[in-house]
Design a protein around this ligand. Structure first.
Ligand code: HEM
Length: 114
């Protein structure tokens, strides 16, 4: 069964638009990564400041391979969790914090006929 990896981003209200714009111009590299199954950016509507970056993978190895390679290139613009470029051109990170949640899919369902 697949694995689900959710990156939980803490995003202050005034940074929401910045974050969503960054995702709107994201690398689109994850789609071509081996074992990638699904991605969703989830905006909080319940009063929290946690955006969820939901990803699902065929297996742990596929996720690790993405993390070690394409993930780094896809995150060049965020300025967080990576090395900071000279000259300060890199934009400030929109997120003030992050945490990675890991799950195994135990059961799943889709609508009949889908
Ligand atoms: C240091 C923590 C992290 C921060 C602050 C962060 C933030 C961001 C931001 C702002 C983007 C939009 C593109 C950009 O501006 O670079 C992005 C892309 C993305 N992030 Fe993260 N991220 C982090 C770590 C992770 C982790 C651990 C995962 C694993 C679930 C993840 C999953 C993704 C995916 C799938 C994309 C789209 C990449 C693509 O289009 O190829 N992120 N992230």
């Amino acid at each position: 069964m697949s694995v689900v990896k959710i990156n939980v981003l803490t995003v202050p209200a005034e940074q929401r638009e910045v974050l969503e714009k960054r995702f709107a111009s994201r690398a689109h590299a994850v789609e071509s990564s081996d074992g990638f199954e699904w991605f969703e950016l989830l905006r909080p509507v319940d009063g929290t400041d946690n955006y969820l970056v939901y990803t699902r993978w065929r297996d742990e190895e596929s996720f690790q391979a993405w993390m070690e390679g394409p993930m780094k290139a896809a995150h060049q613009g965020t300025g967080e969790g990576g090395e900071r470029g000279e000259g300060g051109e890199r934009p400030r990170p929109a997120a003030s914090g992050s945490a990675l949640w890991s799950f195994e899919v135990v059961q799943q369902a889709a609508p009949k006929g889908a």
